[in-house]
Design a protein around this ligand. Structure first.
Ligand code: ARG
Length: 434
């Protein structure tokens, strides 16, 4: 297995001095070996990778005939026959949502139910190879709490970049749109002027949001909203973007309709999600501004097949029909035009853990497997502003990687069945030694 590691461990321990990390006593070193490694930046498959992970971060990467120095006492994760890729990143999930409870069926549960079941969703997401997710909207700061529980080691899950509540217009897609007025249920993150929205940004950040999500248009799964229709003025979107950027936070906009998409791009929002009805001008604007586009092109089939049985209302299924087909065509157009793309699936609308099924749909609608993998690794890391932490198997990044049984740049569906998942140098799931 360790064919090219002809190094005496004791000598190696003495010589081992990775640049950015000091070898303190009690530090933990893990060595991962495999047959091949996908370098997502160059797009090349490199042979015989040896990845040394010290205290959760990658200390060195050697490939081919290089003979890396292995510190004494290192834990080994040998993955013969496997190809390793960087831990995957889904830029649009809702870990507290569950597709089993559509429409009004969710009202039977108490508020904390959603957090309790989210623990299982988090574990499934991580075991599917998604070592980082951006949670773009949850009630009660549940995504902040989940992140804290994962970091404290109480539950298993990915690294989370939480948005907490999604901002939006009163009565818009991200408000509470399912209840009659006498229930007086209003989302606490609605704002109807630039000033109000600015305050909402500060409130979300205060309680743990690391990205600001705003709903720029109507949507599929709300009541009495139209996906194609804009719901915040451009100056309101600009207030959100400017205030978030002032606090060094990135922004994400839910936007289906062409005008709302363009307003959000011009306002300076960093990632546009759904993007269903984007027109040529929108694609051109996104390319000019370097705005990232995230098309959630997997979930349509799930909603159309399972939605009704799960309580999704006819109104919402009808909207899904209108959005799904055009969204996929426009995804293909944007990809062909060279727009910058991220991997955004809206997990929670379909079952958590099936995230990687979107790769095949992206390839079906015109993207190469390599570019599809990039959307969930290097592109996503850049869009998060965390390329120093995630998105590549490279020195300094977290030791997050996924092993698959063949070449995912030929068969992207291999990512649906990871042979092993490593997060921070710890084997989460998988078989060692083949
Ligand atoms: N959260 C989005 C909405 O309600 C989901 C859209 C899902 N459908 C789709 N074709 N992408 O608008």
């Amino acid at each position: 297995m360790m064919r090219n590691l002809g190094v005496a461990a004791a000598a190696a321990a003495a010589a081992f001095a990775p640049p950015a990390f000091s070898q303190t006593t009690g530090s933990e070193t893990v060595v991962v070996t495999a047959d091949r490694m996908l370098d997502v930046q160059s797009g090349r498959l490199l042979d015989q990778p040896v990845v040394v992970i010290t205290d959760g971060r990658i200390a060195s990467v050697a490939t081919g005939n290089a003979r890396p120095l292995i510190p004494a006492g290192a834990t080994r994760i040998d993955l013969p026959g496997k190809t390793i890729v960087p831990g995957l990143i889904d830029m649009h999930v809702h870990l507290t949502s569950n597709p089993k409870y559509g429409g009004y069926t969710g009202l039977q549960f108490t508020d904390s139910f959603w957090v309790a079941q989210a623990a299982g969703n988090s574990a499934r997401t991580l075991r599917a190879g998604f070592t980082t997710v951006r949670n773009v909207g949850s009630d009660n700061y549940a995504d902040v709490g989940l992140k804290q529980a994962i970091e404290e080691g109480w539950i298993e899950g990915p690294r989370i970049v939480p948005a907490a509540y999604a901002l939006g217009a009163t009565g818009g897609h991200c408000d509470e749109t399912f209840l009659p007025p006498s229930f007086q249920r209003v989302s606490p993150a609605m704002g109807d002027s630039p000033e109000e929205l600015k305050k909402r940004v500060r409130e979300q950040r205060k309680y743990g949001a690391e990205v600001i999500k705003v709903c720029a248009t109507g949507g599929v799964f709300s009541r009495n909203t139209e996906p194609g229709i804009q719901q915040l003025h451009e100056e309101e979107l600009k207030a959100v973007a400017d205030e978030a950027h002032f606090w060094k936070l990135k922004t994400a906009a839910h936007a289906h309709g062409a005008e709302g998409i363009k307003a959000a791009i011009r306002a300076g929002i960093d990632t546009i999600e759904h993007v269903s009805f984007i027109d040529d001008e929108g694609i051109r604007l996104a390319r000019e501004r370097g705005t990232w586009l995230g098309f959630d092109v997997y979930n349509t089939e799930y909603t159309l097949a399972e939605g009704k049985a799960n309580g999704v209302l006819p109104e919402n299924i009808e909207k899904e029909r209108r959005v799904g087909t055009l969204q996929r065509e426009n995804f293909g157009r944007a990809a062909k035009a060279g727009a910058r793309m991220i991997f955004s699936t809206d997990a929670g609308i379909y079952p958590h853990g099936d995230n990687a099924r979107q790769f095949a749909v992206m390839v079906r609608f015109g993207m190469t497997p390599l570019d599809a993998i990039r959307t969930a690794t290097w592109n996503a890391a850049q869009a998060l502003g965390r390329e120093a932490d995630v998105g590549a198997i490279a020195v300094g990044r977290f030791g997050d990687l996924v092993a698959v049984d063949g070449d995912p740049t030929r068969d992207v569906t291999l990512l649906e069945r990871p042979a092993a998942v490593v997060k921070g140098g710890k084997l989460v799931t998988g078989r060692q030694g083949g």
